[in-house]
Design a protein around this ligand. Structure first.
Ligand code: SF4
Length: 442
C-alpha cells in the first residue's frame, strides 16, 4: 500500500467559497500506518481528476451520496478498491455497499488502521465498525488530527476542532443519535489544549461539536483552559446555555466570538413537535440580548415546514432575525434525513414527495421534499428563498452591521460579520436548484 486518496465529494457542479476543512480525514490521516502516503481531494474546491491510488476513501453525507456513488463506481471500474464512511453510509450501509468494497459505520478512525492493513493484503471486509450504543457520559474520546493534509488548499480561514461527540437532546429532525449512538463522548480537556497549541494563532477556531454545551462541569473546565490561550473561537451550542449568566461570562472571557444557535421556529407548537420545547420561543429576545451584551455574535438557524407553519411564518422569522440583529441566519426547508424520527414519520404519513430524494434525479437542492400541512411545497420553497433574499440584501447587511454596537467593541467582529454575510449571499444563489450528483467540473 503506497497511496491512499481521501475524497470529499461535492453535491453538484460548483465550487464553494465557504468550504470548511473535512475534519474526518485529518483523524484518518493521523492513524494511517507509517509509510503510506495520504492525499486529499475535496471536490468543493478542486476537481476530482481520478488520479492513481491504491485505495480510495470517501466521506459521504446524504446530500453528496449520488455524486459519491458516481466517483466510487468509476474508481472500481479502474480496479481501485473503495471504502465509504460518514453519516450516510452509517445510516444506509446496504445502499452504500452497492458502490464500494467496504462500508465503515460510525467512527472511522477507530477501525481505519485495520481497514488499511486489510486493503494492503487484498482482504477488505464488507463492513467495519459500529456506533457507541451506551447512554452514559465518558471522557475517553482520544482523537489525533493531522491538519497538514489541508495545507495549501483554499478553505474558509477557520481551524476546526472537535471536543466531543453526541448530544443530550433528541430533536426529531437530527440524525446525531443514529450516527453516534446515545452516549456522550468527550475528549480530555488537556488533549484539546495540546491540539489548539499546534494551530495557527491568527485563525478563528471552530468547535464543530453539534452542541458544545454537553455538560456544565466539562464546559467550565474547557472554557477555563481556553482563557490563557487567548484564542478567538466560535461553536454550535444549545440556547439553554444562555440561562446561565456565569457560563456566558466565562465564554466571553475564553474568547468566544460567535455562536451558532438553532432557534428553528418561533411557533411553540412546532418546537413541541420537533422535541425542542426546551428552546422556549418566548425567550428568544432575551437569549439574543444576553449574548450581545457580551459581544458574542449569533448565527441563527430557522427551519420551515413543521405542521404549525403557514406562509406567514417566513415573515415572522425574518422580522425577528432582523430586529434581533443576528449576524448570520439560515432559513431552510425542513430536510427529512434517513435515520431520523422525522423521516420515518413523514414516510408513514405518505407525505414524502421523493422517498429517496438523495438519489432522485428529479429532486433539486432547495426544493421541498415533503407535503407540509399549512402551505404548498412551492410556498415552502419560495418562502425560504424570500426570507434569505430579505436578510442578505445589501441594505440589510449594512443596517445590521451599523446597528450592532457590540461589533465595534470587539476587534475582528465586523470583518467576520461582513465576510460571513457576503459569502452566504453568494453561496445561497450558487447552490439553489442544483441537481444532486451533477458532475462537478474544474
Ligand atoms: S440540540 Fe442540536 S445536536 Fe442536539 S439533538 Fe437537537 S439538533 Fe441535534
Amino acid at each position: 500500500m503506497r497511496k491512499i486518496l481521501f475524497i470529499r465529494p461535492n453535491f453538484a457542479d460548483f465550487r464553494s467559497r465557504d468550504a470548511m476543512t473535512p475534519l474526518a480525514f485529518a483523524f484518518l490521516s493521523a492513524v494511517t500506518p507509517e509509510g503510506v502516503e495520504t492525499v486529499l481531494v475535496d471536490e468543493r474546491i478542486e476537481p476530482v481528476t481520478h488520479e492513481d491510488a491504491d485505495l480510495v476513501a470517501l466521506s459521504v453525507e446524504t446530500f453528496t451520496a449520488r455524486r459519491a456513488y458516481e466517483i466510487a463506481d468509476e474508481y472500481r471500474r479502474r480496479g481501485v478498491p473503495v471504502v465509504m464512511g460518514g453519516h450516510h453510509p452509517t445510516l444506509r450501509p446496504q445502499e452504500a455497499a452497492r458502490h464500494c468494497d467496504a462500508v465503515v459505520v460510525g467512527d472511522g478512525e477507530r477501525v481505519w488502521p485495520q481497514v488499511v492493513r486489510n486493503a494492503a493484503r487484498g482482504g477488505l471486509k464488507p463492513l467495519y465498525g459500529a456506533s457507541g450504543g451506551g447512554r452514559g457520559r465518558r471522557e475517553d474520546l482520544r482523537l489525533k488530527a493531522d491538519h497538514s493534509i489541508f495545507r495549501g488548499k483554499k478553505y474558509a480561514p477557520l481551524s476546526l476542532v472537535q471536543a466531543g461527540r453526541g448530544c443530550r437532546f433528541v430533536c426529531d429532525f437530527c440524525s446525531i443519535h443514529a450516527f453516534y449512538g446515545h452516549d456522550l463522548r468527550l475528549r480530555p480537556v488537556e488533549d484539546i489544549v495540546e491540539e489548539l497549541r499546534t494551530l495557527p494563532r491568527n485563525r478563528l477556531v471552530f468547535f464543530v461539536d453539534d452542541n458544545l454545551f454537553s455538560h456544565r462541569d466539562y464546559l467550565v473546565r474547557l472554557l477555563r483552559a481556553l482563557v490563557p490561550l487567548r484564542l478567538k473561537w466560535c461553536c454550535q451550542i444549545s440556547l439553554d446555555v444562555s440561562r446561565d449568566e456565569a457560563l456566558l461570562d466565562l465564554m466571553r472571557e475564553a474568547g468566544c466570538m460567535l455562536v451558532l444557535i438553532g432557534f428553528e421556529s418561533l411557533e411553540r407548537r412546532n418546537l413541541v413537535q420537533m422535541r425542542k420545547k426546551w428552546n422556549g420561543s418566548g425567550e428568544y429576545g432575551a437569549v439574543v440580548r444576553r449574548f450581545h451584551e457580551r459581544g458574542i455574535m449569533i448565527y441563527g438557524t430557522f427551519v420551515f415546514g413543521y405542521d404549525a407553519d403557514t406562509p406567514e411564518s417566513f415573515d415572522r422569522a425574518v422580522e425577528f432575525a432582523l430586529e434581533a440583529n443576528l449576524c448570520i441566519a439560515n432559513f431552510n426547508p425542513l430536510t427529512p434525513t434517513p435515520g431520523t424520527a422525522l423521516y420515518e414519520r413523514l414516510r408513514k404519513q405518505n407525505r414524502l414527495l421523493y422517498e429517496k430524494w438523495w438519489l432522485d434525479p428529479s429532486y433539486r437542492y432547495g426544493k421541498a421534499i415533503f407535503r407540509p400541512r399549512g402551505m404548498t411545497p412551492e410556498e415552502l420553497e419560495e418562502g425560504c428563498m424570500r426570507a434569505r433574499e430579505i436578510f442578505y440584501s445589501h441594505s440589510s447587511i449594512f443596517r445590521r452591521a451599523l446597528r450592532q454596537p457590540q461589533i465595534w467593541r470587539r476587534p475582528g467582529n465586523l470583518k467576520t460579520m461582513l465576510l460571513g454575510n457576503f459569502i452566504s449571499r453568494h453561496e445561497i444563489r450558487n447552490k439553489q436548484h442544483k441537481l444532486l450528483g451533477e458532475k462537478a467540473s474544474g
